[in-house]
Design a protein around this ligand. Structure first.
Ligand code: SAM
Length: 257
């Protein structure tokens, strides 16, 4: 039976790799690297660097493949994602059949950790459901962008005894600060922080965390929002892409006890 290792690689710093992840990569016959077009070439480069630095197994080989791009025009959000996952699933079927022997082991190098805002595991279940190729799955956890953000700001994630919500820019207004006083926001294409008007809201923002280009800003949201917008736009123009995350918080440890 084919064996698929889903390996969390951390968020851009090759030193985020755990010993478990390094051992997993060295167990694989085939290492799959997704490429996401020229703009996000840096992300494929991090994976190449990880392989060059840590893989010592002379039997293994690397296969790069173009990850299908999500189409948004004329589609609902859910419809667009479903179509996109179906296309990636077809790509995996082809790769596993063509690039992996029946008893082969492959590694998929997943950004951060596979459980957090990543659909690799979901899509692999979809591949299984096609009945076209059989395999089992092993997951190796990795350092997430939430950990990288908290480390960069030297802060704990939660206020004492209080919950944390992980959400997207689209949904920030539903949660913060009435549902949870700590919200971690990922995949925010609309800079939802700039619409927060609560004077007590504090933001901890970071982009390219873990990489040599890491940039962080923190302060009262109403005071630093414009600066984040400016830095974000400059950085995005410079790199051609951006990955940023932030934590919005209101309140203090123990303030409801
Ligand atoms: C598709 S999700 C993948 C998350 C990943 N699985 C993880 O464990 O962090 C991509 C989002 O994660 C966040 N992210 C990932 N890596 C990041 C980094 N190095 N710096 C800042 N944000 C990052 C951003 O919010 C980005 O939009």
């Amino acid at each position: 039976m084919r064996h698929i290792l889903v390996v969390g690689i951390g968020t851009g710093n090759p030193e985020h790799m755990t010993m478990q992840a390094i051992h997993a990569l060295n167990r694989a016959d085939t290492l799959f690297i997704p490429t996401k077009g020229q703009k996000k070439a840096d992300l494929a480069e991090v994976r190449r660097e990880i392989i060059a630095r840590y893989v010592t197994n002379p039997q293994s080989r690397t296969v790069e493949f173009a990850l299908p791009v999500r189409k948004v025009e004329g589609r609902s959000y859910v419809g667009g994602v479903d179509e996109w996952h179906a296309a990636i699933s077809e790509t995996y079927v082809r790769l596993f059949l063509e690039e992996l022997g029946e008893d082969g082991t492959a590694a998929l190098l997943v950004w951060g950790d596979p459980m957090l805002y990543d659909s690799t595991l979901r899509i692999l279940e979809r591949v299984k459901a096609t009945g076209k190729v059989a395999f089992d799955i092993e997951v190796i956890p990795g350092i997430t962008s939430i950990q990288a953000l908290c480390a960069a700001h030297r802060i704990p994630l939660n206020l004492v005894g209080k919950p944390v919500e992980i959400t997207t820019g689209r949904r920030l207004h539903e949660s913060f600060p009435h549902r949870s006083e700590t919200a971690v926001v990922m995949l925010d294409g609309e800079q939802a922080f700039s619409k927060v008007t609560d004077p007590d809201a504090h933001i901890y923002w970071g982009a390219y965390l873990g990489t040599k280009d890491e940039v962080v800003i923190e302060g009262r949201a109403v005071e630093v929002s414009d600066e984040i917008l400016k830095v974000r736009a400059e950085q995005r123009a410079r790199h051609g892409w951006i990955m940023d995350i932030y934590l919005m918080q209101k309140g203090e440890d123990f303030d409801d006890l």
